[in-house]
Ligand binder design. Structure first.
Ligand code: GSH
Length: 274
């Protein structure tokens, strides 16, 4: 039995759901609301000591790290393969998934908090909010990321939004990856050759996040290959159930409302980078 601990708007969890659905696998979901801290329970920390989603449990065996999980699922269920057959193409696929893990995912976190989540967090009752912003981070909170200053950085982002230190450079970096995708797609239909692979799956949640934040102008006007790629992705039957239907309606609405409000500021950052 395949069990997935996940959350509706988590980019990392969406990647794994996309693989499960593309491969037509049966799975059972355990939904954790990470915006309510449901991933900090002692039971969940035993499965995933970094206190993040997703976690896969396959016949009782636990696996963490979304990129590793995606490759595992493709190895274990080889029908409808999502890895290229040639080693060099597989290596190129892994350069994309490595970029997601090392650069794009950490940038996405800053972007999402700065453009949207800060407003959701600010809706806490005043005493809870004060404690959230000034109290010592819980031990579980400090586990969440490899970024040792995340709690401090998150608080700055909640206070300052897009203007917080580090946020502009994350948008610029994200933008540079969109350009790399545009260039790769000049050569072929998918990111690595002419077949849909785990590279396409790995990048999809990050374009979807920008689109949900009302920031699809980052490619819609100036990057035609990328725009066409994303349309091809959205036409796949797994896309809507995997990405849109799992995201709670109130969060979908917050992402669009707050993200769209931030867009003019983001546009200025990107224009200044020229
Ligand atoms: N490298 C990990 C990163 C997982 C990760 O950061 N997950 C985010 C959601 S996309 C999370 O659970 N964050 C919890 C939090 O911010 O408190 C993976 O790819 O599985």
């Amino acid at each position: 039995m395949l069990e997935l601990y996940h959350h509706g708007s988590s980019v990392c969890a969406a990647k794994v759901r996309f693989v499960l659905m593309e491969k037509g696998l049966e799975w059972t979901g355990h939904y954790l609301d990470i915006l309510k801290g449901e991933h900090f329970t002692p039971e969940y920390l035993k499965l995933n000591p970094k206190a993040v989603v997703p976690t896969l449990v396959h016949d009782g065996q636990v696996l963490v790290e979304s990129t590793v999980i995606c490759e595992y699922l493709d190895d274990e269920f080889p029908e409808s393969p999502l890895k290229p057959s040639h080693s060099m193409a597989r290596a190129h696929m892994r350069l994309w998934t490595k970029a997601v893990d090392e650069d794009i995912q950490p940038a996405c976190k800053y972007i999402t908090y700065a453009a949207c989540h800060r407003h959701i967090i600010k809706r806490m009752p005043p005493d809870k909010f004060r404690e959230y912003m000034t109290g010592p981070p819980t031990e579980a909170e400090t586990r969440v990321t490899g970024d040792p200053n995340w709690v401090e950085n998150k608080r700055a982002i909640i206070n300052l939004g897009i203007a917080a230190p580090g946020v502009a450079s994350k948008f610029r970096m994200y933008d540079s990856y969109l350009q790399k995708m545009e260039e790769a797609l000049q050569q072929h239909e998918w990111l690595v050759g002419d077949t849909f692979t785990l590279a396409d799956i790995a990048l999809t949640p990050y374009l979807n996040r920008l689109e949900m934040l009302g920031m699809s102008e980052m490619w819609s006007r100036s990057r035609p290959r990328l725009a066409a790629w994303f349309e091809r992705i959205k036409a796949r039957p797994a896309f809507k159930p995997c990405f849109l239907d799992y995201c709670p309606a109130d969060l979908t609405s917050d992402l669009k409302t707050y993200g769209s409000r931030s867009w003019p500021e983001v546009q200025k950052i990107l224009q200044a980078a020229g």
